[in-house]
Ligand binder design. Structure first.
Ligand SMILES: Nc1ncnc2c1ncn2[C@@H]1O[C@H](COP(=O)(O)OP(=O)(O)OP(=O)(O)O)[C@@H](O)[C@H]1O
Ligand SMILES: CC(C)(CO)[C@@H](O)C(=O)NCCC(=O)O
Ligand SMILES: [K+]
Length: 279
C-alpha cells in the first residue's frame, strides 16, 4: 500500500493507494499538529510500503512526521519545490519558497492539461498559472473562505457556507450578519478568481483550462464563470507524477484526474473584461 500525505495549514489529508491495482482504498484527515496521536483517524502503517508527502506546515511538523514514518515504512518520499520538474519551470525568484502544495498542483495540472490555471481553495486560496510549454508564471494568494470569515470576528466563524448553496443565493444581499458575511466572502473569493483568470489570459494572449482543488473547491466551483474541472486529488496527482510507483503512474496516469475542460475563446474573455471596465 502507498500512503499519500497532504499536510496543509489546517488539515492533514491522507489516502491509501493499492500499489498493485492503483485503486484508492481509504482516506482520512486529521488536524495538522506536531503529533500523530494513536486512535485518531490515521491509517494503519503496517500495510504501507511507501509514503509520499507534500507539507506546507511548520518544519517541525514535517520532521516529526518523517521521523515517525521512517521507523515503520521502507520508502519515504518528501516533495520539495524545485526550479524545474516534469517540464515545468518554477516562476518564483526563489523557487524553493513556492508552497509545495502549489508546486504539486501546477505539476499535476501541466501533466494533465498542458498549460493550466490551478486553483487551490484551502486555508488560503492560491491561483497559479502554467503556460503550454511549461513556464510557470507564479500566482496569487488570498485568504481562504474560513480565514476571511474568522478575521471579521463577527461571531460567525462556526457557521460555514452550506456547500449545497446555490451560487445565485450567495449573490443576494444578506439580511442577517451570517448571510452578509458568507455572501460577502464568497463574492470576494469568486470575483477575485474570475478577474485574475481573465486578466492573466488577457496579458498572455491565451486561455487556459481551470482546475480547482481544496476543501472549498466544490462551493467555489459554482461561482467560477469559466469552464473548469474540480479535481479533489490534484495535490496527490503531483505526488504521483513526481514519485511514480505503480504501473499506471509510470504510464503518466493520475488517480481521479478529471476530463480537461475546454477553455472559452480569448475573444470572450476579453469581451467580459472590457464589459466589466465599462461598469
Ligand atoms: N472537515 C473540515 N474541516 C475543516 N475545514 C473544512 C472541512 N471541510 C471543508 N472545509 C473547508 O476547507 C477549507 C480547508 O481546506 P483544505 O483542507 O484544502 O485546507 P488546507 O489544505 O489545510 O489548507 P492549506 O493547504 O491552504 O493550508 C476550510 O477553509 C474549510 O472551509
Ligand atoms: C499559500 C499556502 C499557505 C497555501 O497552502 C502554501 O502554499 C504556502 O505556505 N506557501 C508558501 C508561500 C508561497 O507559496 O509563496
Ligand atoms: K491545500
Amino acid at each position: 500500500m502507498i500512503l499519500d500525505l497532504d499536510i496543509g495549514n489546517t488539515l492533514s489529508k491522507w489516502r491509501l493507494k493499492d500499489a498493485e491495482s492503483s485503486e484508492i482504498r481509504s482516506r482520512g484527515a486529521v488536524w495538522t499538529r506536531e503529533e500523530w496521536r494513536p486512535g485518531a483517524d490515521i491509517p494503519d502503517l503496517d500495510v504501507v510500503e511507501a509514503v509520499r508527502i507534500s507539507s506546507v506546515a511548520r518544519a517541525a511538523v514535517l520532521e516529526e512526521t518523517v521521523t515517525l514514518l521512517r521507523h515503520k515504512v521502507r520508502h519515504v518520499y518528501v516533495a520539495h519545490s524545485t526550479p524545474e520538474a516534469l517540464g515545468v519551470v518554477n516562476g518564483y525568484e526563489e523557487p524553493s519558497r513556492l508552497g509545495v502544495d502549489r508546486w504539486m498542483g501546477a505539476l499535476a495540472g501541466y501533466q494533465l492539461a498542458g498549460g493550466c490555471c490551478a486553483v487551490d481553495c484551502g486555508s488560503a486560496i492560491t491561483i497559479d498559472f502554467v503556460l503550454p510549454g511549461g513556464v510557470h508564471l507564479g500566482g496569487f494568494i488570498i485568504p481562504g473562505l474560513r480565514l476571511m470569515k474568522e478575521s471579521l470576528k463577527l461571531g460567525t466563524r462556526n457557521v460555514a457556507i452550506d456547500p449545497e448553496s446555490e451560487a445565485d443565493a450567495l449573490l443576494e444581499p444578506g439580511r442577517r450578519t451570517v448571510d452578509a458575511v458568507n455572501h460577502g466572502i464568497y463574492m470576494a473569493a469568486v470575483s477575485a478568481i474570475n478577474r485574475i483568470y481573465s486578466e492573466v489570459c488577457d496579458q498572455q494572449g491565451i486561455t487556459l483550462p481551470v482546475l480547482l482543488t481544496g476543501g472549498d473547491a466544490r462551493v467555489v466551483s459554482r461561482g467560477v464563470q469559466v469552464p473548469h474541472a474540480v479535481w479533489p486529488d490534484m495535490v496527490y496527482g503531483g505526488l504521483e507524477a513526481s514519485f511514480p510507483l505503480t504501473f499506471t503512474e509510470r504510464a503518466g496516469k493520475m488517480s481521479g484526474a478529471p476530463r480537461v475542460p475546454e477553455p472559452v475563446s480569448l475573444e470572450k474573455i476579453r469581451a467580459g473584461l472590457a464589459f466589466s471596465m465599462l461598469l
